[in-house]
Design a protein around this ligand. Structure first.
Ligand code: B12
Ligand code: SF4
Length: 453
């Protein structure tokens, strides 16, 4: 059969696609394409992340199916605009991370006329695609075999853009496998799946492909890189043999369980752990996961550092109902647990909640602006992000607002940030990610030297 797989842009402004300065290979969609090819199908992969504009029309009459990738809710507006240009498709299927949260009914309510939605991991449901099954397609069980993503499916310019804008970092599912062994009630990242190991042979093939394409670092995107410490060590050896480095994320508990092996890792450079703001609301959100176990986090960061592995704390800003005090409590928490780097993101509500609230998805962008869940003004949330990263936000200066310095190393000099940048790129360092574009809802002009409080 003959398929067209479409990867929509991250964000658009008017008719222009905003080309991200930092991006990652779309490993999931590329893996689906590779899986279909392994079954003897033809797949054309059209990636619009770095296009200047969308094509006026996409003729789909020669394809047996059009596959639409949707990473998060923030992609819905661009996916919708692309789909509106697809003409003559006989079968349209959406898939991707978002589809672990929402299915066909929600897609249709958002105005995306698709025939089917692949829920959760998609590489195990190819038979259903061949049979043109409609509605919600759910895998009975996640397949441990997933062929490596194939960057050769991208045109040369797009492949080069991904390479250059990813700091030569390649995302793959590694030793932690698919899904997650834990079950935190608020979480959708486990992709509707208990933890399933991925075939080590496939992982090894993928690492080799990454090296062949000039990548120097593997970003292990597993929910828990240390879910199995033996496999994590094997993964490390594979990467070392290829002359590459890797980084990943996990939970503090698994760092503790791996403590006697941490010194054996040769190619591992950084481990990230979730550290949320100790806001009352988030404590409630995390009640079951007990993510705020401060002593465990402190020990985990310390164990990593003793083993010569750098660390990153993932923190979330704009948490529902959060206030100034919550933010400063977060800064104090960080000063006690002492991570190496800090990487923040803005709170994204669960997709169904965002749809229910009628959030204007076209305005949410990618890392562009907080969605306004905290009690304090958006501008101040942005100021807080600036403190964590030690960098200005698109020419904004936090003049007059921040007068204190504190133990975490945040220094202010006459109202301006005076500290080194400390957040990792791609997920945290947003001012280097987006070109500044004024937007309708956020008429931001560069306000150098103006107080935003
Ligand atoms: C790498 C990554 C990124 C990269 C690359 C994204 C990309 N286009 O590939 C970057 C850094 C750019 C990114 C950005 C964002 N991300 Co992200 N990202 C991830 C991460 C770490 C791994 C994704 C991955 O590669 N997985 C491995 C592949 C194999 O799995 P997969 O992509 O899910 O693909 C499988 C299935 O989904 C399906 N599938 C995928 N595509 C398609 C297409 C079709 C047609 C079909 C049928 C099936 C299918 O089959 C694949 C194989 O089984 C996940 C966390 C995680 N561990 O999953 C977060 C995650 C998905 N991201 C998340 C978020 C919130 C974002 C941002 C919104 C962050 C922000 N605040 O702005 C942005 C949105 C970017 C955008 N597209 O607009 C959240 C989503 C939470 C949610 N459910 O809303 C996650 C779960 C992290 C988290 N816990 O917060 N992200
Ligand atoms: S451990 Fe992490 S990925 Fe697993 S269910 Fe909890 S929050 Fe989700």
């Amino acid at each position: 059969m003959n398929y067209l797989l479409i990867n929509p842009p991250y964000v658009m402004c008017g008719e222009s696609v905003i080309s991200p300065e930092a991006a990652m290979l779309p490993a999931g969609p590329l893996a689906i394409a590779a899986s279909l090819r392994e079954r003897g199908h033809q797949v054309e992969f059209k990636d619009y992340v770095f296009s200047q504009a969308l094509p006026p029309a996409i003729d789909a009459t020669k394809y047996d199916g059009v596959l639409l990738a949707v990473h998060t809710l923030r992609n819905i507006p661009t996916a919708k605009r692309l789909l509106a240009r697809v003409q003559g498709a006989s079968y349209v299927v959406a898939g991707g991370n978002l589809c672990s949260e929402i299915g066909i009914t929600d897609f249709r309510s958002l105005g995306l006329q698709v025939d089917a939605v692949v829920r959760g991991y998609g590489h195990g449901v190819l038979r259903e695609l061949e049979l043109k099954i409609t509605g919600d397609i759910r895998a009975g069980r996640v397949d441990s075999r997933m062929p490596p993503a194939n960057p050769d499916l991208l045109d040369d310019a797009t492949r080069l853009s991904y390479w250059s804008r990813s700091s030569a970092r390649y995302p793959i599912i590694g030793p932690g496998g698919f899904g997650c062994a834990w079950s935190c009630n608020y979480c959708t990242a486990k992709m509707l799946s208990k933890r399933i190991e991925r075939s080590l042979a496939d992982i090894e093939r993928e690492v080799k492909i990454a090296r062949t394409h000039g990548y120097r670092e593997i970003w292990c995107v597993d929910n828990l890189a240390f879910a199995d410490r033996g496999l994590a060590c094997e993964f490390d050896s594979i990467i070392e043999k290829e002359g590459l480095k890797w980084l990943g994320m996990t939970r503090a508990e698994t760092v503790w369980a791996t403590r006697n092996h941490l010194g054996h890792f040769r190619a591992l450079t950084d481990i990230a752990l979730g550290v949320e703001a100790p806001a009352r609301q988030l404590r409630e959100l995390n009640r079951k996961a007990r993510h705020n176990n401060e002593e465990l986090l402190r020990q985990a960061f310390s164990l990593l550092h003793q083993a010569g592995i750098s660390s990153t704390a993932f923190v979330m800003l704009d948490i529902p109902g959060s206030q100034d005090d919550d933010y400063w409590a977060l800064i104090e928490l960080l000063s006690r647990i002492r991570p190496g780097n800090v990487s923040w993101s803005f709170y994204n509500p669960p997709a169904s909640q965002a749809i229910g609230l009628g959030i204007d998805l076209a305005q949410t962008g990618f890392y562009r602006w907080p969605l306004g869940f905290s009690v304090i003004p958006d501008t101040r949330v942005v100021q807080y992000a600036m403190i964590i990263t030690g960098t200005w936000w698109m020419n904004w200066a936090p003049e007059n607002f921040f007068r204190e310095s504190n133990e975490f190393g945040v220094e202010f000099d006459q109202g301006e940030i005076a500290q080194d940048t400390n957040a990792r790129s791609v997920v945290g360092d947003l001012w280097s990610i987006w070109d500044y574009r004024p937007a309708a809802r956020f008429p931001i002009a560069p306000h150098v030297g103006r107080s935003l409080s």
